[in-house]
Design a protein around this ligand. Structure first.
Ligand code: ARG
Length: 265
């Protein structure tokens, strides 16, 4: 996990995931919760998310889930001519409910990882991210190495959690895992932990929205690049192909880059 940046080519990632897909493409495709049954055309998808992750997913004052992931789903499903619904079910339930078929997909800033690929399939990547540290403005911590021996807070089972385990050791009690990233950051503000580890764009957004929190971000090349993808149950090629088709269309027409502000290779 803690690799030097720059060595990782997106092309390699795509090749690896295409092979993965080819390898498991023959299994069943019964897991769609949308209205379509076997062989019928999908007309609606049900997505799940954890909406405390601005700018990717958060609640507006009317109680709607909004953000970059929602904008991408809007654009994709418009191209595909299908409907979708997004449910704010919570982080760990996203994984459980995609697995048990209650949800067709996870749309939650989910990083494509080899471990997750054992249980799920992912679309092509749509966003590049990395982990960063967030500490108090006057903290002596200046690098990832510096958190060793300190209390670190993370969102449970996130890639930030994995990065913390890589740094501090798998079972280190100094790692404190919470339901979502804002709580993990709140612990830094409270002084319960000395650093939080989370996704860069989300941490920067948090600081922008909480200027009085007196926090700063520390970037470190020790944190590898990550790529977000939409996640389906392993073997659900019907939904996966549809999502990749929609994604491809909005990559081609420039809509994806417009939404994310990023141009992926
Ligand atoms: N990208 C990180 C991961 O996949 C964190 C995602 C958290 N997403 C959320 N909506 N809370 O582990």
């Amino acid at each position: 996990m803690l690799k030097k940046k720059g060595m990782f080519k997106l092309g390699m990632l795509l090749t690896a995931s295409s092979l993965m897909l080819a390898a498991c493409g023959s299994s069943d495709s019964d897991s769609s919760t949308g209205s379509a049954g076997e062989g019928e055309k999908i007309t609606k998808l049900v997505a799940g998310t954890e909406a405390t992750f601005a700018p990717f997913e958060y609640m507006d004052d009317k109680g709607n889930v909004v953000g970059i992931d929602v904008d991408i789903l809007d654009a994709m499903t418009e191209e595909l001519g299908i409907e979708y619904e997004i449910r704010n079910v919570g982080w760990e339930p996203v994984f459980q409910q995609v697995k048990n078929g209650e949800l067709d997909l996870g749309a939650s800033g989910i990083t494509i990882t080899d471990e997750r690929k054992e249980t799920f399939d992912f679309t092509e990547p749509y966003f590049e991210a990395t982990q960063v540290l967030v500490v108090k403005e006057d903290s002596p911590i200046t690098s990832a190495e510096d958190v060793k021996g300190k209390k670190v807070s993370v969102q449970i089972n996130s890639t930030g959690h994995i990065a913390a385990k890589d740094l501090l050791g798998e079972t280190n009690p100094d790692i404190m895992a919470y339901e979502n990233l804002p709580i993990a950051i709140q612990e830094v503000i409270n002084g319960t932990s000395e650093a939080a580890i989370g996704d860069n764009a989300v941490v920067f957004e948090y600081l922008k929205n909480n200027p009085d929190a007196k926090l700063k971000v520390i970037e470190d090349d020790a944190f590898a690049k990550e790529y977000y993808g939409f996640m389906v149950k392993k073997g659900n090629t019907e939904v996966l192909d549809l999502l990749n088709e929609g994604l491809q269309k909005i990559k081609e027409n420039g809509k994806l880059a417009e939404i994310t502000g990023q141009e992926l290779e």
